[in-house]
Design a protein around this ligand. Structure first.
Ligand code: TMP
Length: 391
């Protein structure tokens, strides 16, 4: 029996993708996978949240070697530029202070030109980019204890921002206490996270991997906010981000005595939808394997996404079915995919690859990748969400 990381209530297992390695732990040739976990997510009815029950230690997941860099996608760079514009307009950030937690390469805060920005970021590859952009950073994971140190050194912030960070942190209470520690009394905490009902609707089961401890509903975030004396003041829908995300704006409840609570009756079905999505995922796993077996001339992949680890490891697909995966990320090139050990090759070499069929792992970025690559060489692209199909 599992219990909820937040409230301690029983958690019912609803998704099981078997034993998995850490999704972003790419290996050097000859290196062995070190950390494995049980990829089982359970549902907590009290918190209305999906959660990974066997959570790998966060310092193993987000360490100095963490390889993911948001700058690899034009779509994400545009998104963060637009986010900066929208936040500047909404909150008049001129002369204010903004702290971004898990800033990655600073794609959002670099655009807040008249604002003092500080990042918190433990990954070396991201820090190098932050340094090039002249963005000061704290080289650490964010916790309540670190927040106290930041407050002592840098004072209070009018905005704390993070994107795709909360879902990775098992101890959300500690994180929220840290945010309140550094947030000005009238300040706003803005964060974006994939929206669980959207992921379920699109069958994006592979969004569940080691870094994605939680699947959030708006109800869940509302309850978490109340627990920490905060309220949601605004939600923005971001339908194209990570399968469909929500940007939440929170402030201390005392600033908004009359703010209504956001609640959506359709979220009552989320538990049931988890079961339905799992049924679809089982079919996708079989269909995907069959599709690869039918590619008699062999297949290659494009985009060594973290989320691809879920399907590849669950379905037991290695280099005999997908000989290599092309990717533009310097920290991934020359390495092997975790668990399945498929070589990752520089995407600059993709144009010389004569494979007719290519698996597109970042299916969410297909508008960006397929037209660009097809203009160089026409391919048949194999995608696996919302079901296995060719594009
Ligand atoms: P993501 O879906 O987690 O953002 O990962 C996308 C991966 O795809 C990342 O490793 C970078 C890679 N990628 C390329 O190799 N070429 C591209 O043009 C794009 C957009 C992404």
């Amino acid at each position: 029996m599992y219990s909820c990381h937040l409230c301690g209530d029983p958690v019912e297992p609803v998704l099981d993708f078997g034993r998995q390695p850490l999704a972003n732990s790419y290996l050097l040739p000859g290196e062995a996978d070190k950390v494995w976990y049980n990829a089982v997510w359970g549902w907590c009815d009290a918190c209305q949240m999906l959660q990974l029950v066997d959570v790998p230690d966060v310092s193993l997941v987000f360490n100095a070697d963490y390889p993911y860099i948001t700058d690899q996608s034009k779509f994400m760079m545009n998104h963060f530029r637009k986010t900066a514009e929208c936040l500047e307009e909404r909150y008049n950030l001129e002369g204010q202070k903004v702290l971004e937690i898990g800033a990655n390469s600073g794609g959002m805060i670099e655009h807040l030109r008249r604002t003092k920005v500080i990042a918190v970021e433990p990954a070396k590859a991201s820090q190098e980019i932050l340094s090039r952009k002249n963005i000061p950073f704290w080289d650490t994971l964010f916790t309540e204890g670190i927040a106290r140190t930041i407050r002592k050194e840098d004072g209070l912030f009018q905005m704390v921002y993070c994107a795709n960070t909360l879902r990775s942190l098992v101890n959300l209470d500690n994180f929220f206490r840290g945010v309140l520690e550094v947030l000005d009394d009238k300040g706003v905490f803005v964060f974006e996270e994939p929206y669980l009902p959207e992921i379920l609707r699109k069958n994006e089961f592979d969004q569940f991997y080691s870094e994605n401890v939680y699947g959030f509903t708006i109800t869940a975030i509302g309850r978490l906010a109340i627990h920490h004396g905060m309220k949601i003041i605004q939600i923005d829908e971001l339908p194209d981000n990570h399968g469909g995300s929500i940007r939440y704006h929170l402030t201390r409840a005392e600033n908004l005595p009359d703010a209504r609570q956001f609640s959506f009756s359709y979220e009552n079905r989320v538990r049931q939808q988890c079961g339905e999505m799992y049924e679809h995922a089982l079919k996708i796993k079989d269909d995907f394997r069959q599709a690869l077996i039918k590619c008699l001339m062999g297949t290659v992949g494009y985009g060594a996404t973290a989320k691809s680890a879920t399907l590849l490891n669950w379905a037991g697909i290695g280099s005999s079915l997908i000989s290599r995966i092309y990717d533009s990320t310097p920290t991934k090139i020359g390495k092997l995919t975790p668990g399945t050990h498929i070589p990752i090759v520089d995407s600059a070499e993709f144009q010389n690859d004569s494979s007719r069929t290519v698996v597109l792992f970042p299916y969410n970025l297909k508008q960006e990748i397929i037209p660009r690559e097809n203009a160089i060489r026409e391919r048949k692209w194999l995608l696996y969400a919302p079901e296995v199909h060719y594009d």
